[in-house]
Each structure stands twice: as structure tokens, then as C-alpha cells.
Ligand binder design. Structure first.
Ligand SMILES: [Zn+2]
Length: 224
């Protein structure tokens, strides 16, 4: 494992080991880390405006910082929920209690077999609600958030809009980065503020409407 992201794809040999790892991962990122200063600063900046958040992050930081649920579309899932590993039904299961049990009962990097979660419908394995294969569950709340985001985009297509893009690279550019470029291209009143340490530049067609920062985003946002 080289980082938290690649750890999501690690091929654990047993479910007992896999869940012992995931309990630590989820607990650290979702339940034990409060809103960071970056997100608090971002909320301070956003709440004076008409805004909407689209994010591929799955750590719940936007919610923790005070952004209301109805203004967030977390496209790629949330550490705080389990789903059927085969997506046999579209319900998500809040996992705080079971994750705490797993942590408390982990011995030598394994949880006891009896704590390995199983799908209440098909009896198969469960997974964290993260988009990493074709079985990602999009529940009712996901579709509602998606519709609110689409409506917001539609209402603002020709308005004076700032697209503030934070740390979006080329892992999944089709969700935020490229649609933003396209909307900015089509709207003469739009501006892109891209904060990105590695790929800060905009498409050349949008260069006159792009403001790029490659500095540490905590510093940029605090200054804004
Ligand atoms: Zn199932």
C-alpha cells in the first residue's frame, strides 16, 4: 500500500483481514477526523454565495464542515456506508457501530469471523460504498443529490459563475474537471479558479477565463 487510495484495492487474503483493515481506514477518515481547517475555510467562503458542491471525496468532510446535505453531491460514495458487494439491492447501511465493534475486537490484524458483514438480502459479502467496480450502489439519496446538482448547473449556465475546483486531477476527470471546462467554455460569464499542485492549467480555449494556483490549497483558501 502506497497511500490511502491504493489501499482500497489491496487484495486481502481473508475477509477477517480485509475488514480489520477497513475498520481502521473508515474509523480514521470518517469518524475520528473532525472537519479540517481547509473545509471550514471553504464553507466560510461559500456560505455567503449561492453555491453547490460536487465532490469525488468520500470522507464526509464537506458535511462535517457545515455544508448542508442538500447542497452536496458526493458522486463516488461515502466511507460511512456499507452496501451489498454485488449491488443486489440499492440500500446503504450506516456502519459506525459495526466499525467500532470491528476495531474493538481486532486481534493480530483480524476481526472475528462472526463480525464479517453479510448482505441481508442475498447473503453474499458486503463492501464499502465506494465506486471501484460496476457494483457501486446509487441509492435514492444519491439520485436526489444528482438531480439537485443537475438543476443547479442548468439554472446557472449563463449566469456569473465561479467554478472553484480543488485538487481535481486526471484520475476521474469526466466527473468534475472536463464538465467544468466545457461549461466555462460555453458561458462567457464564467471563471475557473483551479487549485492544483500538479496540473493547475486550464484548457487553452479557456485560458483567458482561468486563474490557476499550484500553491498549497490550505494557504490559498485561507488567503481568499
Ligand atoms: Zn446482496
Amino acid at each position: 500500500m502506497e497511500d490511502m487510495y491504493t489501499s482500497s484495492f489491496y487484495p486481502f487474503k481473508t475477509e477477517e483481514e480485509r475488514w480489520a483493515y477497513w475498520a481502521e481506514h473508515i474509523s480514521l477518515n470518517r469518524y475520528d477526523t473532525p472537519a479540517t481547517q481547509l473545509y471550514l475555510d471553504l464553507f466560510k467562503l461559500a456560505k455567503r454565495k449561492t453555491y453547490f458542491v460536487i465532490t469525488t471525496n468520500v470522507d464526509h468532510q464537506f458535511y462535517k464542515a457545515g455544508f448542508p446535505v442538500e447542497k452536496i453531491f458526493a458522486v463516488q460514495g461515502d466511507y460511512g456506508f456499507f452496501q451489498c458487494a454485488k449491488g443486489c439491492h440499492s440500500k446503504l447501511y450506516y456502519n459506525e457501530d459495526i466499525v467500532k465493534d470491528m476495531l474493538a475486537q481486532t486481534v493480530e490484524c483480524k476481526i472475528p469471523m462472526k463480525l464479517v458483514p453479510h448482505c441481508p438480502v442475498c447473503g453474499g459479502l458486503m463492501d464499502v460504498n465506494l465506486r471501484k467496480d460496476n457494483y457501486f450502489v446509487e441509492d435514492e439519496a444519491w439520485y436526489a443529490a444528482s438531480n439537485r446538482y443537475t438543476a443547479f448547473v442548468r439554472e446557472t449556465t449563463d449566469k456569473q459563475v465561479v467554478y472553484l475546483e480543488l485538487g481535481v486531477g486526471f484520475n476521474t476527470p469526466g466527473i468534475i474537471r472536463l464538465p467544468f471546462e466545457q461549461m466555462i467554455y460555453q458561458n462567457p460569464n464564467a471563471i475557473l479558479i483551479r487549485i492544483n499542485s500538479h496540473q493547475p492549467h486550464g484548457a487553452k480555449e479557456n485560458s483567458s477565463k482561468t486563474i490557476s494556483f499550484s500553491e498549497d490549497m490550505t494557504k490559498v483558501l485561507a488567503a481568499l
